[in-house]
Design a protein around this ligand. Structure first.
Ligand SMILES: *Cc1c(COP(=O)(O)O)cnc(C)c1O
Length: 457
């Protein structure tokens, strides 16, 4: 968890009115949470930040039940992971059944069908009508590391091009690829070599105006690749279809397509990091579909496992098969219990039409967030797609980032029982990542609380 997310101050005296979905029996965090948090500090590295020091006992659908018996609305999904809910019965049954059969064999030692089935699903479901292969890993960062290894093996080239506001993980290579210094990079250098950064087409903050963002950002990327690095030295360009930690920035239309075309022209592997956007989060199964792009490689993780740790790289067969035999893998890569969870999660996404549900979530939530832009001088923009929505806070000049406002609204939401995350390079964005199984009532109540928080600014 990033240290720039808001910490709940827990000043509200929670009351349960009986008319709310939330049930607040104590202040948030409650006395038991406070006690456990104090005890944690004696055992756990303080390098782990915390959004809200609440200890969770269990989860019911989209409600988090804490150790004090409070029921909280979840607008975080454990950072876009529990799209089908953190205690989905289909996933829980699949996990329990597989755990009884075998928890682990290591796919590099002996094989099992679940691994192959997850790869088959990924090959079928990801955009791109070409022959594909997949490789499974454990964390998102590991998927990115492996996508880079695969791209380097395929091209025989060293350089990696990434975007401003990018987030790709916390390992040595991926923190280098990540844009933001505090908290992801500060104190952790020296960084990996051969990582080059170029502007993202961030409409709201584009100096010459939104309408120029896509063309100018693309021109900057081309110039950097052609004049500074040399196209023949670039293995891959890695981009999030919507930048997640960086502030839920959807690049202006046409930018990513332009990047893809340029990459093709120069034999550069185009990698879409769909770790946060993938699996129905943005109102299409993959965000790349909305952009009309067919990346050569796609990384997935987060929502894929329904809460179990699993990640993947999927893409063109000739690229995926370029890594030397034994060159990619991992002890826990594509663990059988995690594979069972992933198959169950995909089944739930398909059978419950969560892509359709995500569009409904957008149609309820986005207009309400846009209403805040109209009514509050501190909300500069409401944006995003599907159930990946955000508001960006500014000062009353309408553009200067206002992280204090974002922190205040998030603190209000968290202490009122709506678990809400901040994000953004400037820490001035509140992001909504509800489970896709959230009810309309829960969604609206959570939005009411955020609206209250904005009005109080
Ligand atoms: C979360 C995230 C990662 C890193 O995933 P981990 O499982 O935390 O290693 C990489 N890329 C994006 C876009 C992410 O949102």
């Amino acid at each position: 968890m990033s240290a720039d997310t808001a910490t709940s101050t827990g000043t509200s005296t929670g009351t349960s009115t009986g008319t709310t979905v939330r049930q607040l029996k104590t202040a948030i965090p409650g006395p038991k949470s406070r006690e456990l948090h104090a005890a944690r500090e004696k055992q756990v590295s303080s390098g782990f930040g915390i959004t809200s020091p609440i200890f969770i006992d269990h989860v019911e659908g989209s409600l988090l039940v804490d150790v004090d018996g409070n029921k909280l609305i979840d607008f975080a999904s454990g950072i876009a992971v529990t799209s089908v809910g953190a205690a989905n019965p289909t996933v829980a049954e699949a996990v329990a059944a597989q755990a009884k059969l075998a928890t682990h064999t290591c796919f590099m030692v002996t094989e099992y069908q679940g691994f192959v089935d997850v790869c088959e699903k990924l090959n079928q479901l990801t955009p791109g009508d070409f022959d594909k292969r997949s490789a499974l890993f454990t964390s998102g960062a590991e998927a990115i590391e492996n996508a880079v290894k695969i791209a380097r093996a395929y091209t025989g080239r060293p350089a990696i091009v990434v975007l401003d506001h990018a987030y790709h993980g916390r390992t040595h290579l991926t923190m280098t690829m990540t844009a933001k210094n505090v908290p992801y990079k500060q104190s952790f250098g020296p960084f990996a070599g051969e990582v080059y950064r170029t502007p993202n087409a961030y409409g709201f903050r584009w100096p010459s105006g939104r309408e120029h963002a896509a063309a100018e950002a693309l021109a900057a990327l081309k110039e950097m690749v052609l004049t500074q690095i040399g196209a023949g030295n670039v293995a891959c360009i890695v981009a999030e279809p919507i930048a997640g930690e960086g502030g839920f920035i959807a690049p202006e239309p046409g930018f990513l397509k332009g990047v893809q075309d340029f990459a093709r022209e120069h034999g550069i592997v185009f990698v879409a990091d769909e770790i946060q956007t993938g699996f129905a989060r943005t109102g299409t199964l993959f965000a790349s579909e909305f952009e009309g792009i067919e990346p050569d490689l796609i990384t997935t993780a987060k929502a894929l496992g329904g809460g179990m740790p699993i990640s993947a790289v999927t893409g063109r067969a000739e690229m995926m098969n370029a890594a030397p035999v034994g060159g990619i893998g991992g002890t826990y890569a594509g663990n059988p219990v995690a594979c069972a969870a992933a198959l169950a999660t995909i089944e739930v996404i398909e059978s419950e039409d969560l892509v359709g549900r995500t569009k409904q979530i957008e149609s309820i939530a986005l207009p309400r967030l846009q209403g805040l832009v109209e009514t509050s001088p501190y909300v500069g923009e409401a944006r995003g797609r599907g159930a990946m929505l955000a508001i960006e806070f500014v000062t009353d000049d309408g553009i200067t980032p206002n992280p204090d406002a974002a922190k205040k609204v998030a603190a209000h939401a968290n202490s009122s029982g709506v678990l809400t995350l901040t994000c953004g390079t400037f820490g001035n964005v509140i992001r909504l990542l509800p489970p896709l199984v959230i009810t309309d009532e829960e969604l609206n109540e959570g939005l009411d609380v955020i609206t209250e928080g904005v009005k109080a600014l």
